[in-house]
Each structure stands twice: as structure tokens, then as C-alpha cells.
Design a protein around this ligand. Structure first.
Ligand code: CA
Length: 531
């Protein structure tokens, strides 16, 4: 073997490609060949080997002729139960979310694992309860210090051979490729500077999209703009701009393009919309749907807080409530409601764009669609604007499922279900083994038969060892210091009368308390963070 070939082998050995050079018959064969040609051929062969290996592995994982269903997960930030099809607020205008609900099962009593962005998303994406993972607040970041992102819903589906892609807010303040090996997503449309935090560079085709997306986002993030108002702690604005200039439009548009592509393996596509999270700055046409003089305030009573224990009172009467009342009382309150309703109508239109794209796509009949709000939102009920409470307004949110071949159009389910069930249910529908760590129950039986027996209540947790258990008739709240509340939801849907002190209802409390976690992971930060 010539010195040049020997040198080549040595170089490749240093580069880690030594196996080929060690094959016995290779060396005498090379000696009779032209050095240059062989080195070139070898170089290509050695360099291409990993690519071939990857291709073979990918083909093996992709289950050729894979007919497993696709998954389209739509997560809407801060969307409470004010959608048309849930009838909590008849003013809500959500024709697109409603038409999705009409295609499958509309869960009327679905509850978040925790009423705040980061804890809720960390829990339903990991399939583990808040008290198990210890992600209690938005300061428990990055959430991936608490849970293994490879075990999360998208990471798991990717490991099972799914193409995974996402855009917008799926996890809290951590869009896209957190893991340097890219084990979570194949592609992600990343937004830079969400709430001022630095993000990881996008990879894949999303990189080319980024600049347009960021420009769109900035169009709504430069307060104060002419016409914006400050209503207490909330900023409200109705710029006369097109949807195409807004960030959630970019998320929907990107998702629509993903849906249009043919694929040789199933996909898991997650789209996270940012509205109706404040600030409520959306195109003017959505405000025009809700003239201020037509706005009705949600049902409330003046002395609602009188029967609350000290912890409940503290959680209810927040700075945001005080600020809105100081800004103009009920008049300011109506503007807050208008801003929220307009933002819901806006995000509904973006959801509609995705649904239209799905219907035109080759995946229409083999895609599971799941839509949820990450938690609820108070619009003044219990003297509270915002989330971060354990009452109905903050814990209940839309949950809609369309599963081809399983759900039936026009179904409504009244069972008390949890977002924690999303992970195991998707595993069931896709035929994937359910990992042992999942703590929620699969809802597959309810998808097939919404009237099937379901005896489980829904657990929501906020902060360390504060829990709420919601059955169809009751909500029982027990705070870490032992403070209690109990509401009869059938007689009192706005939770005005605390029954916790009624001795006749002791067995009800005891029965619901069984569902509260026996062990609660310590709070690393040991303080409650509310917004
Ligand atoms: Ca009350």
C-alpha cells in the first residue's frame, strides 16, 4: 500500500472512521489501484457510511407504509371556557373552535393540572402531576431541569418514529430545540424574544421563516402604540392591521404549510397560539364584534369573598382586580371583558385557518385533532382577573377531540376529565405503548362513548400542596395550611357559597380528599408566584 493511501487511512482513523481500513481484504486490493481514484472513492464511501446508516435506521423506525394516525395538537394560551360551544358566556364568538367541537367530542368539564402556563404545560406534556414533578410556578424554569424532555409527548412520539414539528407556545418560554441533539422536534418555528427572554436558534426549514415571524410578532409588541390603552395592569389595543401582521397568524400559516406536505411517516404537529393571553392587542375588526355598550359582565355577587378562608381571600383579591377597579370600576371591567372576547375571537380565526388547511390536506381523514386551553381565566369572578386560583374559572378550559374512526360528530362529554389524560389517550389511539410514568388515565373509552362510566374526578394543583378536586357535583379545595372550601357545582356554578364548614358534607370532603397527592415534591423556590 502506498504511503498516500496509508496516510489517508491514518487521517480517517483520526476522524473516527477506522473500521473500513481494518478490513483484511481491503489493503492488498488497494495496492494495485491508482491512489488518487481510490482515495477519492474511499473518502466518499467513508463519509457516506453514516448517512446510509442513518437512512437505514430511519427507514426501520418509520414503519414503511405506516398507517398510524397523525396528531394535530392545538394549545391556546389562557383560553378559558368562554367558547361558544360551552355556553359559559353567550357573548363569546368562536365559530371555528365550535365547528371543530361539532366534528368530535366536546368535553364540558375538562380541567388543567395547574392554573398557570409553565406548570400546566410541564404536566400535560410530561404526563406527570404537578406535585410529582415540582414545577409549581413560572419561575420553575427551565422546566426541563425538572422533567426529561425525551419523555415528553413530542419527544416520545419522535422516538416512536413520528415526524414532530411545532410552532409558537407549546412549552413555557422554551420554544423548539432545547436539546442540542434535536431529539424533541424535527422542525420548529421559533420566536425570538418571547417576553424578553433569549431563545435558542431555530434549525431546519424554520430558520428561513424566522425573520418574517419575528417582524410580525413585533408589530404587536411595541407599547405604547397610538390607540392602546392601559386598563389597570392590562394593555388593550385595536390596531387597524391585517391578521397577516400578527404572530398567531404566523403560527397558523406555518402549521398550514406543514399540513399540506405529504409524508412517508405519521406526524405529530403542535401549534401553540399566544392569545388570548394579555396584552389584548388584536386587529380592530375583532373589537368591532363586541361594542362596549353591549358588553355584559360575568355573574358575580358583592360579598362573594366573605365566606372564604384567609388563603382564598388572598388568592382572590389580586392587584389586578384593584387596579381595574381603580381605573374605572365596572366601566373598566367591561373594557377588560371586551379585550378578552376580542382576543378569543381573533385566535379562533387563526385556528380556523389551520382547520381549513387540514381539510384540504392529504391527512384529513387520518389525523387526530386535540384542542385545549392551557388553563382558565377569571374575568372578575371572585374579584379576580387572571389565572392562578383553584376555582372553576381558572381550572376549567376547552378540550376538544376529533379522532377518526373513534369519535362521533356532535358528541358532548360531561365527565370530569383532566389534561393529564391527553398523553395516555394519544398513545392508545396511535397504538404506542404507554410509558409507566404516566399518571393520567386514558380517555379512549369516553372518546368512543361519551356517556361511558367515568368515576374519576379532576385534580388541579397550584403551588406546593394546594389542591382542588372537581367531581361532577362538588369542588373541594384544600390549601397547604389546611384552609378548605367546598362548592356544590350543580346548585352553585359560580362557587359563591363555601360549604366546607357544613358537617353533613364531611364525607364528601373525605371522599374527594382521597384523590389529592399523598406526596408533594418540595417547592424549590418555596414561594407562591401568581402571574
Ligand atoms: Ca362566596
Amino acid at each position: 500500500m502506498s504511503a498516500r493511501i496509508a496516510q489517508f487511512f491514518e487521517q480517517e482513523r483520526k476522524a473516527g472512521a477506522k473500521n473500513l481500513a481494518d478490513v483484511p481484504f481491503v489493503q492488498p486490493f488497494f495496492a494495485s489501484m491508482l491512489d488518487f481514484a481510490m482515495i477519492s472513492a474511499l473518502r466518499y464511501a467513508v463519509r457516506l457510511l453514516p448517512a446510509f446508516a442513518t437512512l437505514l435506521l430511519a427507514t426501520g423506525c418509520a414503519h414503511t407504509n405506516d398507517s398510524r394516525p397523525n396528531v394535530l395538537l392545538l394549545v391556546v394560551d389562557d383560553l378559558n371556557h368562554w367558547i361558544g360551544s360551552l355556553h359559559r358566556n353567550p357573548q363569546a364568538r368562536t365559530p371555528n373552535i365550535d365547528r371543530l367541537a361539532a366534528r368530535g367530542v366536546n368535553f364540558a368539564h375538562a380541567y388543567c393540572p395547574s392554573p398557570l402556563c409553565n406548570p400546566s404545560r410541564a404536566a400535560f406534556m410530561s404526563g406527570k402531576r404537578t406535585a410529582t414533578i415540582g414545577v409549581y410556578s413560572n419561575r420553575d424554569m427551565p422546566w426541563s431541569n425538572y422533567i426529561d424532555e425525551r419523555q415528553c409527548l413530542n419527544g416520545y412520539f419522535r422516538a416512536q418514529g413520528y415526524y414532530t414539528a411545532g410552532a409558537g407556545k407549546i412549552y413555557h418560554l422554551q420554544d423548539g430545540f432545547k436539546n442540542p441533539q434535536g431529539i424533541e422536534w424535527d422542525d420548529y418555528l421559533v420566536k425570538l424574544g418571547h417576553l424578553g427572554l433569549k431563545h435558542h436558534e431555530p434549525r431546519g426549514p424554520a430558520k428561513q421563516e424566522q425573520q418574517r415571524y419575528v417582524n410580525g410578532a413585533n408589530a404587536l409588541k411595541q407599547p405604547p402604540r397610538p390607540g392602546n390603552i392601559k386598563m389597570g395592569t392590562f394593555q388593550i389595543g385595536a390596531p387597524n392591521i391585517a391578521d397577516s401582521e400578527t404572530e398567531d397568524f404566523k403560527v397558523a400559516e406555518w402549521g398550514a404549510r406543514q399540513l399540506a406536505q405529504k409524508r412517508d411517516r405519521p406526524f405529530f404537529l403542535a401549534l401553540g397560539f399566544h392569545k388570548p393571553h394579555p396584552p389584548w392587542i388584536v386587529p380592530k375588526k375583532y373589537f368591532d364584534l363586541f361594542p362596549l355598550d353591549s358588553i355584559k359582565l360575568p355573574p358575580h355577587i358583592a360579598n362573594d369573598l366573605d365566606d372564604l378562608p384567609p388563603t382564598g381571600k388572598k388568592w382572590a383579591h389580586t392587584a389586578s382586580w384593584v387596579s381595574v377597579m381603580d381605573a374605572g370600576g365596572e366601566s373598566a371591567w367591561k373594557q377588560v371583558v371586551q379585550g378578552y372576547l376580542a382576543s378569543v375571537a381573533y385566535v379562533d380565526a387563526q385556528v380556523g385557518m389551520v382547520l381549513d388547511a387540514l381539510d384540504k390536506s392529504p391527512h384529513k381523514d387520518n389525523t387526530i385533532v386535540v384542542l385545549l386551553g392551557d388553563h382558565g381565566w377569571h374575568l372578575g369572578e371572585k374579584e379576580c382577573f387572571g389565572k392562578a386560583t383553584l376555582w372553576e374559572e381558572a381550572t376549567r378550559a376547552p378540550l376538544i377531540w376529533v379522532a377518526p374512526g373513534v369519535t362521533k360528530p356532535g358528541s358532548r362529554c360531561d365527565a370530569t376529565v383532566e389534561f393529564l389524560s391527553i398523553y395516555p389517550t394519544l398513545c392508545d389511539l396511535a397504538g404506542l405503548p404507554k410509558p409507566d410514568f404516566l399518571e393520567g388515565a386514558s380517555m379512549r373509552t369516553l372518546l368512543a362513548n361519551p356517556q361511558a362510566e367515568w368515576t374519576r374526578p379532576a385534580l388541579s394543583t397550584f403551588g406546593f400542596n394546594n389542591h382542588s378536586v372537581r367531581s361532577l357535583q362538588y369542588r373541594y379545595i384544600r390549601y397547604a395550611n389546611g384552609d378548605e372550601e367546598l362548592y356544590d357545582e350543580k346548585a352553585d356554578p359560580y362557587e359563591w357559597t363555601n360549604l366546607a364548614a357544613n358537617p353533613e358534607l364531611g364525607p364528601v370532603k373525605a371522599d374527594l380528599a382521597r384523590w389529592m397527592p399523598k406526596e408533594n415534591k418540595p417547592d424549590r423556590r418555596a414561594s407562591r408566584v401568581t402571574q
